[in-house]
Design a protein around this ligand. Structure first.
Ligand SMILES: Nc1nc2c(ncn2[C@@H]2O[C@H](COP(=O)(O)OP(=O)(O)OP(=O)(O)O)[C@@H](O)[C@H]2O)c(=O)[nH]1
Ligand SMILES: [Mg+2]
Length: 427
């Protein structure tokens, strides 16, 4: 990306606390990448080894002094911290250094805000931003808010009027949050109806998950181009962090007429802000409902292991733990001495740019979703009549018998379906 004359990159200083976390270096690299993704340029980095942040100022006293000097020396107006800071830490650091302080959470929120394209994504991010601002009204964030809401500038005539303004701003934000929540609920209800309809059709679904920039959308597009119901319906893919913020679902028809849905969604990053995860929970629900997760990993990145941990961690946070997973070690074409495509069970080494890699991926998905069909005998208690109805609608039922304990059915199921119905299966 080229620098825009009218929109020069803001020079920033990075700060971080090294708490003896083995992932610290990786997190600082990640922070630098995030900063650059937000049109900023890192001019220097300051770190301190400490067990925990100093409550008032994040860094210790001497380090804050050093930071102040660095701010003056590099003539920067903004400092970016690797952690989420408390409102008072931001206030104190701003007062002592003269720079505005942006913490990791606010940085990620800014990037998301600039990338959001759909109404739902915009609302989700706006809500997360407002929730983040609420306790921070006395920091430099306040100035931005005043500009947004047309509130008066800072006057210190009386403490009383300041408190009132704070209270007004707070109520204004709370009101905005509740309006946004309402609109989000309406959009989501609509999405859920669509999902329910799909469930009824019992179409298998696969969700792409993984760290940002791993290649998820690239796989989505390659598969849509090959098998998409509508081959033009590709999604945005780009070499940038958080290219994708909305969930897209596409229906794919394989050559043997088997059909499944593939969903592509927002990528992960370590320490993804909690309120952002919460805001995206519904978007990510698509992944939670999948039969199989397809994790894409940028194998060519030296930090790929940490990125996989981040993915596992984030999935856990949104409540996705037990889904079958296929892992794709991607971008093998960028590596020397790595043979691809390669497969060991559910683990693949591939390149999204290589057509034999795509063949192997499709074979693996096909096996996982549709192979190993088996006939099972299910005994379903009368109290679970809806299961019987659903099986009659969607599944391949070979016989039905009404016993005293419930309905006994012989049904042909995939392993995935069988695991869902495990409680009814007779030995
Ligand atoms: N060399 C190489 N580049 C790849 C491969 N797969 C994807 N890329 C590139 O990696 C970049 C990121 O790809 P995307 O598909 O947008 O990544 P993503 O996982 O969807 O990223 P987010 O939406 O940000 O989470 C793009 O520039 C792709 O062209 C691959 O196998 N080899
Ligand atoms: Mg993407």
């Amino acid at each position: 990306m080229h620098e825009n004359e009218e929109n020069p990159r803001v020079a920033v200083l990075l700060i971080g606390l090294d708490r003896n976390d083995p992932q610290f270096d990786y997190q600082m690299t990640e922070l630098a990448n995030l900063t650059e993704a937000n049109q900023m340029e890192v001019v220097s980095t300051l770190t301190q080894k400490l067990d925990r942040p100093v409550a008032a100022t994040y860094f210790g006293k001497g380090k804050v002094e050093e930071l102040k000097e660095a701010v003056a020396f590099h003539e920067v107006t903004m400092v970016v911290a690797n952690d989420e800071l408390s409102p008072s830490q931001i206030r104190n650091l701003e007062a002592q250094t003269g720079a505005s302080i942006l913490d990791r959470t606010a940085l990620i929120l800014d990037i998301f805000a600039s990338r959001a394209k759909t109404r739902l994504a915009q609302l989700q991010i706006e809500m997360a931003q407002l929730q983040y601002q609420l306790p921070r009204l006395r920091t430099s964030m306040n100035v931005r808010l005043d500009q947004q809401t047309g509130g008066g500038g800072g006057s210190f005539t009386s403490r009383g009027s300041g408190e009132t303004k704070l209270e007004t701003n707070r109520r204004l934000i709370e009101h905005q949050i509740s309006m946004i929540k309402k609109e989000i609920t309406e959009i989501e209800a609509d999405d859920q109806n669509r999902r329910k309809y799909r469930d009824k059709q019992a179409i298998k679904s696969v969700a792409l998950v993984g760290y940002t920039n791993a290649g998820k959308s690239t796989y989505m597009n390659e598969l849509v181009k090959r098998y998409g119901e509508n081959q033009e319906k590709t999604v945005f893919q780009a070499d940038m962090l958080f290219a994708t913020l909305e969930t897209s679902v596409r229906k794919l028809n394989l050559p043997d007429n088997q059909t499944f849905l593939l969903s592509d969604t927002v990528g992960f990053v370590s320490k993804l802000p909690h309120n952002l995860v919460a805001a995206f929970r519904a978007t990510l629900a698509e992944a939670a409902q999948a039969d199989v997760l397809l994790q894409v990993v940028d194998y060519s990145d030296p930090n790929y292991k940490a990125m996989m941990d981040t993915t596992t961690q984030t999935l856990k946070e949104i409540g996705i733990t037990d889904l079958p997973m296929i892992t794709v070690y991607n971008k093998a074409d960028r590596m020397i001495d790595i043979k691809y495509p390669e497969r060991t069970d559910d683990t693949l080494i591939l390149s999204a740019l290589d057509s034999s890699s795509l063949d192997m991926l499709v074979d693996t998905l096909h096996q996982k979703l549709f192979a190993d069909l088996k006939e099972y005998t299910l005994l379903i208690p009368f109290s679970d009549g809806q299961i019987v109805a659903a099986l009659n609608d969607d599944a391949n039922v070979t016989s039905t018998e009404y016993l005293e304990e419930g309905t006994q059915m012989n049904v042909i199921l995939t392993p995935v379906e069988a695991s869902r119905l495990a409680q009814y299966i007779q030995e």
